[in-house]
Design a protein around this ligand. Sequence first.
Ligand code: ACM
Length: 263
Amino acid sequence: MKVGLIQFSPALAERDETIRRIDPLIDRCKGADIVVLPELCNSGYNFPSRETAWNGSEVIEESIFIRFLEDKCRHLGFHVVSGFCERDGGLLFNSAVLIGPNGVVGKYRKLHLFMNEKDYFQPGDMGLPIFDLGFCKIGMLVCFDWFFPEVWRILSLEGADIICHPSNLVLPGLAQKAIPVHALTNRIFVATCNRVGSEGDLHFTGLSLIADPKGEVLAEASREGTDVLLREIDVDRARDKNITKRNHLFHDRRPREYISLVR
Ligand code: ACM
């Protein structure tokens, strides 16, 4: 199957301008099976106030941004994972939404909030869902979740072949070092779609990447520029959990010795 990443700069609090920017980029992903967009793609990231975060948020069922992506999925025949500033009643969540040719398939709400996100968003309350698309099983994480090895392991134990990871990374180079290692130690594919540009005092670090179950970086975007990455992957490679003839990633685990992890 083919994975696409769209690294660009969403416009803060200007959803229509963001859609205008994505439009020609997503058309370049024709032929992909899954396309990943950055975190909080409909709203931008570095909100100066709660009001800006609120005004940038959308309810999934009423979202112009989601309707735009549904339309693209229908016409181009792929699935999209996009970061999404989600409003639910009076609450906001930093979410990732999986959309396909028949509409919204599901969502994940970011579990680990970074810095000022804690002023605007609720931490995720939907666990770590997996979505079986037939041709592959997808898990989703959002940006700073990368720092927590537990979530990568849970998704891989649940059968994820690929983790789609919309991001707005700001700590220079750190996630880009760790992601291939998460791919390696879980023997999965990871598609991290970062953004570029600056908002206020935050500069986003680009270098979006696709990593494989051996920890190799199959494709990498630039540090500063808008980039569309497309890469063929063999999903079966994520289903072979044999490390040696006598070692299996899951069967060799010692969960009884890991009990302090869930205290
Ligand atoms: C981040 O979680 N956006 C750094």
